[in-house]
Design a binder for this molecule. Structure first.
Ligand code: NAD
Length: 296
């Protein structure tokens, strides 16, 4: 079997187009131009690339893009000050602080300092609490992207066996919550799980979010299952160069899976499109407008 490739780039382009049109409608009808502030601390090359693509995408969907860069030596107080200013600024509807942060800054304090209504990454504990109790709120971008991609293949996820490998607060846990809301039967596997290949083979859908290059092998996947690869890992190639691979051994798994996301070009672009969607939703919520109508 050769798997259907889930084209995250194309699906993200469709979602972005729909967001861009909805932004125009909101701006014309209410004079509100949704604004996203992205904050980068230091010079991490991978973070620079992520931030550049987020700011470019923000402008492409007709939103205001603000970029703040602090030096790697910035103090926690400086960053918290900036966040407070952005919290108070009514023209800023979403705040994203690019992680990781330098060691002198407490990441938890920073996440908790962002006003929950502007928390477009969806990492604030209040946001996590709303999600886990099924209350309306911002949904973290990468888990939302995973659900949208899985639904492109399956339509409804109700009754499917979903295996999530990874239990981080950013991906694994919120993804599992969303899958429960979609009425899937959910297993969360992690670094202490016994016989991970066997657990993974249970999945009608397997989500790999471990940060281990090509860990999920061909014989970890049930014939015909859908595989969503969240991983972004840079590995060295023999010629002194490097390339990006996912958490899934793509070539092997594509032989058994029914559908699979590539890396790059799967969850990554869809995550950024979901960030745009979240910023638009945040702008509407802050102005007491109904949630925008957007299709993926
Ligand atoms: P994390 O390091 O916070 O969490 C990794 C999780 O995987 C942990 O819960 C751990 O228990 C589990 N794990 C680690 N090693 C394991 C092993 N050998 N066996 C089983 N479980 C194991 O990482 P994260 O922030 O959740 O990110 C996961 C991956 O997704 C990374 O590659 C990251 O770069 C990528 N990521 C991609 C996007 C995107 O937009 N595509 C967004 C966020 C994260």
């Amino acid at each position: 079997m050769t798997a259907h490739i889930i084209d995250g780039k194309e699906i993200a382009a469709g979602l972005s187009q729909s967001v861009a049109a909805a932004v125009k409608r909101v701006t014309m009808a209410h004079g509100i131009e949704p604004g996203l502030a992205v904050v980068l601390v230091g010079d991490n090359p991978a973070s620079e690339i992520y931030v550049r693509s987020k700011t470019a995408k923000t402008a492409a969907v007709n939103m205001r893009s603000l970029f703040y860069k602090l030096p790697a030596t910035a103090s926690e107080a400086e960053l918290l000050d900036l966040i407070e200013r952005l919290n108070q600024d009514p023209s800023v509807h979403g705040i994203l602080v690019q992680l990781p942060l330098p060691p002198q800054i407490d990441q938890r304090k920073v996440i908790e300092a962002i006003a929950p209504l502007k928390d477009v990454d969806g990492f604030h504990p209040l946001t996590a609490g709303l999600l886990s109790t099924g209350l309306p709120g911002i949904v973290p971008c990468t888990p939302l992207a995973c659900i949208m991609l899985a639904k492109k293949v399956h339509g409804s996820l109700a009754g499917l066996e979903a295996v999530v490998i990874g239990r981080s607060n950013i991906v694994g846990k919120p993804l599992a919550q969303l899958l429960l809301m979609e009425n899937a039967t959910v297993t969360i596997a992690h670094s202490k799980t016994q016989d991970l290949p066997d657990v993974s083979r249970r999945g009608d859908i397997v989500f790999a979010a471990v940060g281990q290059p090509e860990m999920v092998r061909g014989d970890w996947v049930k014939q015909g299952a859908t595989v969503i690869d969240v991983g972004i890992n840079r590995v060295q190639t023999g010629d002194g160069k490097s390339r990006i691979v996912g958490d899934v051994a793509y070539d092997e798994v594509a032989e058994v899976a029914g559908a699979i996301t590539p890396v790059p070009g799967g969850v990554g672009p869809m995550t950024i499109a979901c960030l745009m969607l979240n910023t638009l939703k945040a702008a509407c919520a802050q102005n007491e407008l109904p949630a925008p109508e957007v299709t993926a």
